[in-house]
Write a protein that binds this ligand. Structure first.
Ligand code: FAD
Length: 382
């Protein structure tokens, strides 16, 4: 395995910046954001100002110009503060990558406002009949003399209630299945776009997730991102980086759980001594630390493969699947170490346990990740 592309000092600096921001700004706000289910607007604006959006976007387009290894570190640290905030970093990263790879000069001009936090984005793939099976997307984009007219509906889209710009996967040739799909940049304030109510979720409650409907939404020809008919392929091409992002987010949730559980175990006394003196609890904490380190190593391996332009399909699916399963299991252990307090609203570990669950579902469920790993195994050998 090669060393990271980045100089260790720059890598350390960006991790430290994200860590300090998480400790000073995100963590203190997390409980209120979770309780009120509000979009972290102030934090979002601050992230734009201090350069926590677009970590791998080249500097000439307004990004930090770093690599996926650094992106993973930033995601982990932000998520250690609060996963709903890290999710925003991940979303902007995907959109930034899409625009950098496929955007026209005119489309690229939208990047500075996205990276500064002025324009909020949404990544719109899922539909009622197209979840794991995105080849079943029914939203259509009909070509007209001036551009396209979009009709259809998207479900469970991050930022749908608050976004300005949607990256929408639609079928331009329904008969061609996934080979007839294209991506459109849709201004979500355009007539014909409507938003469903915000969903009330188990966890990551500050993330605003909802439906979007498109009713005869006219977009110009210039709204098409990349070649017509290549939308499915384009969306898939950023999923490896997306999976590394969600895997690091899961590691961050688990790390926050470990830190909280260790502090509580030192503090809480039963039978006249700290509960940390019990070997059974020490072993639980040891397993948490061990599994978090293993997940982080898988994340870093996948990020390095991406950064060195090596095949990373299986590695990124392994990282996503392992890290998210680990985060659910280890935040459950954190709750256990807190005893009854861990089950009570307002204690951080109660939120972390709820926040972890979705990491097994979004960005491709863990069943789909295992299918990908198995497919690669069958194709390439062990
Ligand atoms: C909070 C939240 C935020 C989200 N954000 C976004 C977003 O920003 N943009 C977006 O486009 N989407 C988003 N999604 C949608 C998310 O990506 C989908 O929910 C996910 O891909 C799974 O699709 P589904 O829910 O339709 O489940 P289904 O595909 O119906 O799956 C149901 C179950 O069947 C299993 N399954 C399905 N097919 C197979 C198979 N072939 N083999 C084995 N098992 C299988 C699945 O693993 C799962 O356990 C979000 C969802 C949530 C809940």
């Amino acid at each position: 395995m090669h060393a990271p592309l980045l100089d260790a000092e720059i890598y350390g600096q960006i991790r430290e910046t994200a860590r300090r921001f998480a400790d000073d700004v995100i963590k203190p706000a997390a409980a209120d954001l979770d309780r009120d289910e509000t979009f972290p607007a102030e934090i979002y604006a601050q992230m734009g100002k201090i350069g926590l959006f677009g970590i791998t976007v080249p500097e000439e387009h307004g990004g930090a110009g770093l690599d996926s290894f650094a992106y993973a570190a930033v995601m982990e640290e932000l998520s250690r503060g609060y996963a709903s905030v890290a999710d925003q970093c991940g979303l902007v990263e995907l959109i930034g990558t899409l625009l950098t790879r496929y955007g026209t000069p005119e489309q690229l001009r939208r990047l500075p406002d996205i990276l500064s936090g002025k324009t909020r984005v949404a990544y719109c793939l899922t539909e009622a009949e197209a979840g794991s099976d995105l080849s079943n997307v029914r939203t259509t984009a009909r070509e007209t003399a001036d551009g396209y007219v979009i009709d259809g509906g998207k479900l469970w889209i991050h930022n749908a209630p608050v976004a300005d710009l949607g990256f929408v996967l639609a079928s331009t040739d329904p008969a061609a299945g996934h080979r007839g799909m294209s991506i459109f940049l849709v201004d979500l304030h355009t007539p014909g776009v409507s938003r469903g109510p915000k969903e009330h979720k188990m966890g990551q409650r500050a993330s605003q997730v909802g439906a979007l409907s498109f009713d005869d939404v006219a977009v110009p020809r210039e709204a098409l991102l990349g070649p017509k008919g290549r939308g499915f392929h384009i969306m898939m091409s950023v999923l490896e980086k997306g999976r590394v992002g969600i895997a690091s987010l899961a590691v961050g949730i688990a790390q926050a759980g470990l830190e909280a559980a260790l502090a509580y175990a030192r503090d809480r006394r039963q039978f006249g001594k700290p509960i940390l003196d019990n070997q059974g609890l020490q072993w639980m904490l040891a397993d948490m630390a061990k599994d978090i380190a293993a997940a982080r190593a898988l994340v870093e391996r996948a990020a390095l493969l991406i950064d060195h332009a090596k095949p990373a399909t299986s590695a990124s699916s392994m990282a996503k699947c392992f890290a998210s399963d680990m985060a659910v299991a280890q935040t459950a252990n954190a709750v256990q170490i807190f005893g009854g307090s861990g089950y009570i609203r307002g204690f951080e570990v109660e939120r972390l346990y709820r926040d972890a669950k979705i990491t097994q579902i979004y960005e491709g469920t863990n069943q789909i990740q295992r299918t990908i790993i198995a497919r690669e195994l069958i194709k390439n050998g062990a």
